[in-house]
Design a protein around this ligand. Structure first.
Ligand code: ZN
Length: 153
């Protein structure tokens, strides 16, 4: 009896340790041009545990539209560069998935995906430890709403 209680307590500890160090986040891209979580809440920030070596953001496009109509991606870059990256992405156009090829201001970016598709972006946490990094969608006109902060804790 005592042994099983002990095992249960140990189990609870390992579950909470895992939750605290979760090195990934699941985002949904919607037809209202928002990033939402599984609970349907708009996501404007993501906590990145500093204990993680790499962090992965997985994106699911939950619309029913083609990627050229309501495409979503996740781009990681410094907050101060986001506007300029979005403008250059608009110039690059739909054929380049609204991202300038080889843009050195982009730390990491997922593919642009359409309705029903799933993609992910992975980046080293050491790169964003200084702070000031955001995530956003580079599809034409989406950056204003689909845009949030990466908070390293
Ligand atoms: Zn989008």
């Amino acid at each position: 009896m005592e042994k099983s209680v002990l095992l249960l307590i140990m189990g609870l500890f390992s579950v909470s340790a895992f939750a605290a160090d979760k090195c990934s986040y699941d985002l949904l891209g919607t037809d209202t041009r928002d990033y939402k979580n599984e609970q349907g809440e708009i996501v404007k920030q993501i906590i990145v545990p500093s204990s993680c070596t790499n962090f992965t953001i997985t994106l699911r496009n939950v619309t029913k539209m083609h990627k050229n109509i309501m495409g979503h991606n996740v781009v990681i870059a410094k907050e101060k560069d986001v506007k300029a990256i979005a403008i250059d992405g608009a110039i690059a156009g739909v054929k380049k998935d609204y991202l300038k090829p080889g843009d050195t201001r982009v730390l990491a970016a997922s593919k642009m995906i359409g309705g029903g598709d799933k993609t992910s972006v992975r980046f080293p946490v050491a790169k964003i430890k200084g702070g000031g990094y955001d995530f956003f969608c580079s599809f034409l006109g989406h950056e204003r709403k689909m845009h949030g902060k990466l908070i390293v804790e």
